[in-house]
Ligand binder design. Structure first.
Ligand SMILES: Cc1ncc(COP(=O)(O)O)c(C=O)c1O
Length: 427
């Protein structure tokens, strides 16, 4: 699952005691394990190897340049959704031809940047966007390669806010409209519709929704082909699950067991955009206990991390396992989703210092008694942790450390109070 394990009662990231990292770099602190990124990426690639896919790591899940570089060295390409993410993949020298640019609202400036970069694919989400890309591509006398993001109307059985492949969401183009669009642009001089793109939602903790969506999309590809238009690629997006509790996400191999047979004889180029399944368990968030207190029947553990570092519990009701770094006399649960109601634990809410009742990291958890100064680990924070962070309450963003074997290196420094005001101007 990952390389965050207890040795002699102390949590380690690979070969480094995380307590040492917290002392050196302060808290809150994101800590990543290089080997965990590599293991997850390799497993994904190996599972789908028969399709020889282009695996485009989804930059929105974990965007640090050092992380992008290490995945690039493993053979990853990238999925970007903004000019800022595009800048990141340019910064690390990613080859343009396999970078995909997704997103429902690309601005003219972003489209021009991507054209100038020579982006491999635009994943296009509306007919107006198609028209706009055609116009902007015409201005520079280029040809843009496009995958239409279709909306397959498949329920991924995940949180409402991360459901994207059902009719009625803002994402993708309905099948009928996609077919009409591919006909309308068949002879366009500036865009070539060569692929169909899907992204069902996240996390999609079973292969079933992919199977349903792929079968529907393959039928659409056949219909479009009958119109004389050749679709050469299918992009299956991301959404593959990760273990937050343990046991809830299929392995890459078990997704592949059901997906590969549908595609092996189709002669299509296959792309993926995984983020969470590669990054979630490759990172943790370290935080220290500031205070404890009781309010009514509840006991609160107030830590120095907050929704500003990890918004997923507040936004989606997401579960992250939380446990003290120094297990000491206390046991370490074998299972991150275990019910720990037993002697030696007490019921607490782990909350942050931000001025919102929604600022919680874990609710109603049975944990060993925690006191001021204790270091606590919030697991599975590698995806959509730092990238969804904010400076709300004027909190400088936390630093990031990447551990490789017995060495932890700072890959993003802690923001300062100067950083908080640097972009502001006197009037
Ligand atoms: C179009 C698209 N591709 C890929 C992803 C990555 O999803 P995940 O991190 O669940 O793999 C997302 C996530 O929102 C997305 O919207």
């Amino acid at each position: 699952m990952d390389h965050f394990v207890y040795k002699s009662g102390q949590l380690q990231a690979e070969g480094v005691r995380v307590e040492e990292l917290a002392e050196k770099f302060g808290t809150p602190l994101y800590v990543y394990s290089r080997q965990t990124f590599v293991d997850h990426f390799r497993r994904f690639q190996a599972a789908f190897a028969e399709l020889n896919p282009c695996v485009c790591f989804s930059v929105k899940s974990c965007q640090n340049l050092a992380v992008l570089r290490l995945l690039h060295a493993e053979g990853a390409s990238f999925d970007v959704v903004s000019g800022g993410e595009l800048r990141r993949v340019r910064e690390i020298g990613a080859p343009p031809e396999s970078v995909v640019f997704a997103g429902v609202g690309k601005t003219n400036a972003e489209i021009r940047d991507a054209l100038e970069f020579g982006i491999g694919w635009f994943n296009v989400e509306s007919v107006e966007e198609l028209e706009n890309i055609a116009r902007l591509t015409g201005e520079v006398n280029r040809m843009a390669r496009v995958a239409l993001r279709v909306n397959p109307d498949v329920d991924p059985h995940t949180h409402e806010y991360t459901t994207t492949g059902k009719r009625g969401t803002k994402f993708g183009i309905d099948f009928d409209a996609s077919r009409r669009a591919s006909r309308a642009f068949a002879n366009d001089r500036n865009i070539c519709i060569a692929g169909l793109h899907l992204h069902l939602g996240s996390p999609v903790n079973s292969a079933g929704p992919y199977v349903e969506a792929i079968e529907k999309t393959l039928r659409l590809i056949d219909e479009i082909r009958r119109d004389g238009i050749t679709i050469t690629a299918i992009n299956l997006g991301g959404g593959f699950g990760a273990h937050y509790q343990g046991g809830e996400a299929p392995s890459a191999a078990s997704y592949a067991d059901q997906i590969v047979p549908l595609l092996r004889d189709r002669g299509l180029e296959v792309l993926f955009e995984p983020g969470r399944s590669i990054a979630a368990n490759a990172g943790v968030l370290l935080t220290r206990v500031l205070y404890t207190k009781r309010s009514g029947a509840r006991k609160y553990v107030i830590v120095d991390a907050a929704i500003t570092e990890l918004i997923r519990p507040a936004l989606y009701g997401a579960y992250h396992f939380v446990w003290p770094v120094a297990a000491g006399e206390v046991f370490v649960p074998a299972h991150r989703g275990a019910d720990l109601r037993m002697a030696g634990t007490e019921l607490v809410d782990v909350v942050g210092p931000v001025c919102e009742s929604g600022d919680f990291l874990a609710k109603e958890r049975w944990m060993p008694p925690l006191k001021r100064g204790d270091l606590v680990c919030i697991y599975s924070a590698g995806a959509y942790g730092m990238t969804m962070s904010s400076q709300y309450n004027s909190r400088p963003r936390a630093p990031e450390v990447l551990v490789e074997n017995d060495r932890g290196r700072l890959i993003r420094r802690r923001e300062t109070y100067n950083d908080l005001v640097a972009a502001e101007r006197e009037i």
